[in-house]
Ligand binder design. Sequence first.
Ligand code: ZN
Length: 313
Amino acid sequence: MNSLKEITVTEVCPRDGFQSIPEIIPAEEKAAYINRMIECGFKQIEVTSFVHPKAVPQLKDASEVLQLVNRKPGVKLRALIPNLRGLDRAIDAGIDKVKLMLSATDSHSRHNANATTFEAIKGFEPLVQRAADSPVHVGGSISVAFGCPYEGDVPVERHIEITKRYEQLGITDISLADTTGMANPVKLKRIVEVLKETFPHFRFSLHLHNTRGMAFANAVAGYEAGIVDFDSSAAGLGGCPYAPNASGNIATEDLVHGFEEMGINTGINLDRVLEVAKLLQQRFPVQSDSFILKAGKCSDLHIAPSGQVKIGD
Ligand code: ZN
């Protein structure tokens, strides 16, 4: 059981959310949202991805967006990178941390990176070497960690093998991503417990999608297994490529509200997050999905009605 009463939340909407919106959002508008997020208390924001413009045209303005962001001490900016070219662009743009993309299964990896998982991780060697000569910190990730749309369940032995390879590269900071929302609290807890036991010096974090309404339950299960770092997206932006109408990332306001209600400190100003989330919801009504935007906070008490109370269950 986790004895820490504090978690860290990384806002990923500018990358995960904006890349899943079909229209191209202007760089100025993206930066305006990021600048509002910087004022919410996040220690880290995933601002973009330095991928090939043809692969993700929505984020082709990554460097431009970075120039428009009001940097604030204590707020680290993270980006996803697929290759050396992406790393160079990220370093030039002044990114603090890069996250490498890797799939848990060969089928997903072949589809996304045109290589098996172990071939892809071997390809990270020159990136790690290049990053070592820069101030950029390198973290790893494991996509479809709790379920692959092609292969189904991912055995924990596979996670151990992948994590060993990350260890050989000197990467000890791994994001476990439930890309497809196939995790459940029991499965997730088991995998996290084994990984934390096998690699006690690693820092594992969770990137959860709410595709099947399980994300908050999964976050709590992860927390109970000792995880203290979570990703989330304001207004719940960010879809699922395998289920076009499904929810995306767990909404930041839902994650922060839920943990704060349980007495676990997030360091995030929830009202400020709600302000940004409302703006995003108005602008992208189809893609947003958030319980707290719909229901309000538990602490938003209502005036008790006078007269007879309607009986309901
Ligand atoms: Zn995601």
